[in-house]
Design a protein around this ligand. Structure first.
Ligand code: AMP
Ligand code: GLY
Length: 428
């Protein structure tokens, strides 16, 4: 089978890498891909935009692509699945209607309320003045969220009413474009965050290993939110009992509520959860696709052929699919970013040391990289994700940082504490 993966991040590099390990996958095409997918054997990049549905569809039909896996939320929210399915192509990823679970926080909140899914209380506003007046009546901290897609950067956890006001004004002034013309003001939830990536065929839903991301730019979870600075899996805070609760209180009701709306959701449902101090899971957000960088930590532990799992979702045969097989141990992915991310950062820095890094046994997933006259250069804020698998989390962390120390480029920025929370959770 030939597979086409849509996207250009570290997540897509990990998806391609995993798909190529499957005995049934001959070749993968990545649209548009990055410097990492460009150098993988049996993978090639295709320089189309992720929203060029016509171009992607034509290529897939002519080249006999058996499965299209959509990595990024942007084409999903723009309706890639609907467009390609109309051309009789096989797509893993929800329809535009299903993708609203991520593309509109207000829509997702309404769905959760209908389904009685535990989540933070929230109100939706379309005018700054009303939003500001409302926050003045609420306790702080309080959370201000742009309604639409903002690459993980549309959320402010405001410590004071003044901060909340500034965030509301910035959103309505166009900081996030259209995405910020509607704002969700949400109760602050304390606790520990976890990411549950689950695959679904629209009827059955199965979680992958629980993971923990590190959203803030700075060590000790300080500074602004980013797309994610590193992740590890499995997250020990999610015990089997808690996972069972997440399944019955969150994942299954979400699928049932989608079904009730007539949405046939086949793809990843990613639940970003807060585990509150009382040990209860509450939803912070849903995403309609694999997490980045969680995927780079989860997939290296998966033994089940990924194409078979995704095909079972697309064919609505997940109920009969055998239990997922996982490697023992733990994996961590540490993001190597360009200094200044998620705000202003430079591009085009020559990158060296990838081969020595990989010699340590780590896997170097590329995110914002490209080949410029056969020289690898940085081409984004999150540049690389270095993953290591160990017998335990401590070993995985040590290996990932040893590999990172081999890699050099100007303005390299790394959080040095990825995974430390997971160590605390197991009493280290
Ligand atoms: P989101 O894009 O909704 O996942 O929000 C990004 C990040 O903001 C989350 O990963 C949390 O760290 C933080 N956050 C969002 N909503 C809340 C909330 N209600 N309480 C506390 N932190 C939140
Ligand atoms: N790592 C957070 C996300 O993928 O949204």
């Amino acid at each position: 089978m030939k597979v086409l993966v849509v996207g250009n991040g570290g997540r897509e590099h990990a998806l391609v890498w995993k798909l190529l390990q499957s005995p049934k996958v001959q070749e993968v095409v990545c649209v548009p891909g990055n410097g990492g997918t460009a150098t993988l054997d049996r993978c090639r990049n295709l320089g189309l935009s992720v929203t060029d549905f016509e171009g992607i569809g034509r290529f897939a039909l002519v080249n006999n692509i058996g499965l299209i896996v959509v990595g990024s939320e942007v084409p999903l929210a723009a309706g890639i699945t609907d467009a390609l399915k109309e051309q009789t192509l096989t797509v893993f990823g929800p329809s535009q209607a299903g993708a609203q679970i991520e593309s509109s926080k207000a829509w997702a909140k309404a769905l959760m309320q209908t389904a009685h899914i535990p989540t933070a209380h929230a109100e939706v506003f379309t005018e700054a003045a009303a939003a500001i007046a409302y926050t003045a009546t609420q306790a702080t901290p309080i959370v201000v969220k742009a309604d639409g897609l903002a690459a993980g950067k549309g959320v402010t956890v405001a410590q004071t009413p003044e901060e909340a006001t500034a965030a509301i004004e910035a959103a309505f002034a166009g900081q996030f474009g259209e995405a910020g013309q509607r704002v969700v003001i949400e109760e602050y939830l304390a606790g520990e965050e976890v990411s549950i990536l689950a695959v679904t065929d629209g009827r059955t839903i199965r979680p992958l290993l629980p993971a923990q991301d590190h959203k803030r730019i700075g060590e000790g979870d300080t500074g602004v939110n980013t797309g994610g600075m590193g992740a590890y899996a499995p997250a020990p805070i999610v015990t089997p009992t808690l996972m069972q609760r997440i399944q019955t209180e969150i994942l299954e009701p979400a699928i049932a509520a989608l079904q009730q709306q007539g949405i046939d959701y086949r793809g990843v449902l990613y639940a970003g959860l807060m585990i509150t101090p009382t040990g209860d899971p509450k939803v912070i957000e849903f995403n309609c696709r694999f997490g980045d960088p969680e995927t780079q930590a989860i997939l290296p532990l998966l033994n089940t052929p990924l194409d078979e799992l995704l095909m079972a979702c697309v064919r609505q045969q997940l109920e009969d699919f055998p239990p997922l097989q996982w490697k023992p141990g733990a994996a961590v992915c540490v993001v190597v970013a360009a200094d200044g991310y998620p705000e202003q950062y430079g591009k085009g820095y020559p990158i060296t040391g990838i081969e020595p890094a990989e010699t340590t046994g780590a896997i170097v997933f590329h995110a914002g990289t490209k080949l410029k006259q056969s020289q690898l250069v940085s081409d984004g804020g999150r540049v690389l994700g270095v993953t290591a698998v160990g017998v335990d989390l401590a070993e995985a962390i040590a290996q990932a940082y040893a590999a990172i120390d081999c890699i050099q480029f100007d303005a390299k920025y790394v959080r040095r504490d990825i995974g430390r929370r997971g160590m605390k959770a197991v009493g280290n």
